[in-house]
Design a protein around this ligand. Structure first.
Ligand code: NAD
Ligand code: DAU
Length: 353
């Protein structure tokens, strides 16, 4: 596959920006990337600072909303798009519980717009890869794993909107023959994750000696994958995955939330000891549970491993240590998010709205 002009949606978010960085470093990708991002609160162009200079002529940024079908068509035509890697989404479960509207617009209507445009321009189109989540499968009991055959049972407005977009993708392959691939991945962690999600939130609070909020009894289980491993899996699937197929991606790292929070406390106590050698575990605060909180996620990624040879490279303890080191070394990135300065910069460079 020789992609010339790849549209990456949501490329200023956490996984999207890691993906762009990862892909440009690969010798088997020589094309251009057109990063289409609306720059919501979660989109930060600073995640890709200097990328246009590092890869001259190969990176284009367009501030745009994927819900604007006319604008998406214009971008398709202007940049001769022949592939899409679709990350753009509202991604935070707690926000979807408080205000679901934008999840319905972006995750469902936005995905529909992109599928329609790809369908209409199909003769030159190589691949539409859609990034989805293990949350579409619902919640597991103490045993078992999600496979690609697990029925969809989404429990939050976020996961329901992602499930809807997955179904649309499937329909566009089955009905119109659009060359698609879909991946359902577990919880990512690593550099540039917006500090509303568990790991960066706990790191930041623990650095500042603030309470560390743990929902419910802290025994909910997630499977964790280092973001670069996810990026590599996506690229392998885009290149070699069977069109119309779904692939689960997981990290082989099932952890209770409370265990993760304790690990972060202990690592930070070692890397940045508190005065008087106090333990940061004292900061752990159990708070009201998330409504509809899925108890356990766990992923069987045998299909991806057996058919395409992928498996995660990073172990959770080493990945977590690297992640904490990154947050400790990037205090100005964090500061600009906390103070809202990054939003001010976006307004100055790209205007309001
Ligand atoms: P994120 O919230 O960090 O980034 C989302 C990006 O999409 C932001 O840059 C935002 O500005 C952009 N965006 C939002 N609405 C848009 C719109 N209408 N038009 C254009 N751009 C828009 O999210 P993330 O954690 O990087 O997740 C990326 C994708 O991966 C999502 O589809 C998410 O569902 C999926 N996913 C995430 C995880 C995870 O653990 N973070 C795990 C599995 C799957
Ligand atoms: O499983 C993949 C999903 O992982 C992605 O599809 C989502 O986009 C991504 O946000 C993530 O969803 P989660 O809800 O699992 O991630 P979050 O970091 O919000 O929460 C992880 C777990 O930690 C979850 O069980 C809720 C809990 N939690 C979260 C926060 C923010 C806490 O206990 N305290 C907190 O303050």
């Amino acid at each position: 596959m020789d992609i010339k002009n790849l549209m990456v949606t949501g490329g200023c978010g956490f996984i999207g920006s890691n993906f762009i960085d990862h892909l440009f470093a690969k010798p088997d990708f020589q094309g251009r990337i057109v990063n289409v991002d609306k720059l919501t609160y979660a989109g930060n162009p600073e995640n890709l600072r200097g990328i246009d200079i590092k890869y001259p002529g190969r990176y284009i940024f367009v501030k745009a909303d994927i819900c604007d079908a006319g604008l998406m068509q214009e971008i398709f035509d202007r940049y001769d798009i022949d592939a899409i890697c679709h990350f753009a989404a509202e991604s935070h479960v707690d926000r979807s519980i408080k205000r679901p509207e934008s999840f319905i617009h972006t995750n469902i209507i936005g995905t529909f717009n992109l599928l329609e445009i790809a369908k209409v321009n199909q003769e030159k189109f190589q691949i539409f890869h859609h990034i989805s989540t293990d949350e579409v499968y619902g919640s597991l009991g103490p045993e078992g794993l999600f496979t690609e055959e697990t029925p969809y049972r989404p429990n939050s407005p976020y996961s329901a909107s992602k499930a809807a977009s997955d179904h649309l993708l499937r329909a566009y392959h089955e009905t119109f023959g659009l060359p698609t691939t879909l991946s359902n991945c577990s919880n990512n962690y690593g550099p540039y994750q917006f500090p509303e999600k568990l790991i960066p939130l706990v790191i930041m609070n623990a650095v500042e000696g603030k309470p560390l909020p743990v929902y419910g009894d802290g025994k909910n289980v997630r499977d964790w994958l280092y973001v670069t491993d996810h990026c590599e899996a996506i690229w392998i699937i885009m290149q070699s995955g069977k069109r119309g197929e779904t692939y689960n991606i997981g990290g082989n790292s099932e952890m209770e939330n409370i265990v993760i929070v304790e690990m972060i406390c202990d690592l930070l106590d070692e890397m940045l000891p508190l005065a008087g050698k106090r333990s940061r575990r004292e900061l752990i605060t159990f708070v009201k549970d998330r409504p509809g909180h899925d108890r356990r996620y766990a992923i069987d990624f045998t299909k991806l491993h057996r058919t395409l040879g992928w498996s995660p490279g990073e172990s959770f303890p080493t990945g977590l240590r690297k992640t904490i080191r990154w947050y400790l070394d990037h205090t100005s990135w964090i500061e600009r998010i906390k103070t809202g300065e990054y939003q001010q910069w976006i307004k100055e460079h790209y205007g309001e709205g």
